[in-house]
Design a protein around this ligand. Structure first.
Ligand code: MF3
Ligand code: CO
Length: 250
């Protein structure tokens, strides 16, 4: 197995899927308000994806039961939307969405604030977002894959936060998950050399406390072992003419 190199036409098609992904995520963000249920957010996502003539990529994936993941507070990733889960002031919710459009995939996530949160939580979100941005800047010809991993880890540990080890970013394009795996920690200068035409979903999952996680009995919901908060930001990025291009932009 190898890392697929996408041509310009294919990258444009992945970008079409990513544009829908980003637009739906942005719209969902506007709906993150006190009192809404995560189930309602999922319903809105399904409607918007359908209206874009696209397919929710997560729904049915390995049996996953929804179109989006809604990961509240100590939930790291893969929180399942639920009728009885109502967002409250002071919550954070990571929304992760994957879309298939004409045989190509887009994947993106953002962590949103409900009302107001304390400064520590604000910092966690800010630092996770910055880590994603720094990781994206490493997606250029000649770098090694783990240069991405390394900048993400170095940035977050400076602030006392820890990257999750158990889940990673990934290649994407004709499949939602392709090679390579992209850890959010590790030494630089390892792994395959990055080349024009590669497409990556980079997704730092960063914990306020320990990096350790647990998966709940539903088989999906992943929580921090210490039940402290976790943040998640993700973009789909292509290497175009040697440098990174974020595809999940509206
Ligand atoms: N963005 C995540 C990922 O890459 C979400 C997958 S959720 C699932 O893998 F439901 F589809 F598994
Ligand atoms: Co992903």
């Amino acid at each position: 197995m190898a890392i697929y190199i996408y041509n310009e036409d294919e990258i444009n098609r992945v970008e079409d899927a990513c544009r829908i992904t980003a637009a739906v995520l942005e719209e969902l963000g506007k709906n993150v308000v006190e009192g809404i249920s995560t189930f309602e957010l999922d319903r809105i996502a399904r409607d918007l994806i359908r209206k874009s003539n696209a397919i929710p990529a997560f729904l049915g994936y390995k049996g996953y039961p929804a179109a989006i993941c809604t990961s509240v507070n100590e939930v790291v990733v893969h929180g399942i939307p639920h009728r009885n889960q109502i967002l409250r002031k002071g919550d954070i919710v990571g929304i992760d969405i994957g879309v298939k459009f004409k045989d190509f995939f887009g994947d993106a996530a953002k962590t949103f604030i409900v009302g107001k949160v304390n400064n520590k939580v604000k910092k966690l979100l800010e630092v996770t977002k910055e880590a994603l941005e720094l990781g994206i800047l490493q997606c250029k010809d000649g770098n090694h894959l783990t240069d991405i991993s390394h900048v993400i880890e170095s940035h977050v540990v400076q602030w006392g936060f820890q990257p999750v080890h158990e889940f990673v970013g990934h290649g994407i394009g004709r499949n939602m998950h392709e090679e390579p795996s992209i850890p959010n920690f590790g030494k630089p200068g390892k792994g395959p050399v990055i080349k024009t035409g590669m497409i990556f979903a980079i997704e730092p999952m960063i914990n306020e406390g320990t990096y350790q996680v647990e998966i709940l009995d539903d088989g999906w919901t992943t929580v921090t072992k210490d039940r402290k908060n976790s943040a998640h930001f993700e973009n789909t990025v292509a290497v175009v003419n040697g440098i990174p291009k974020i595809l999940t932009k509206v």
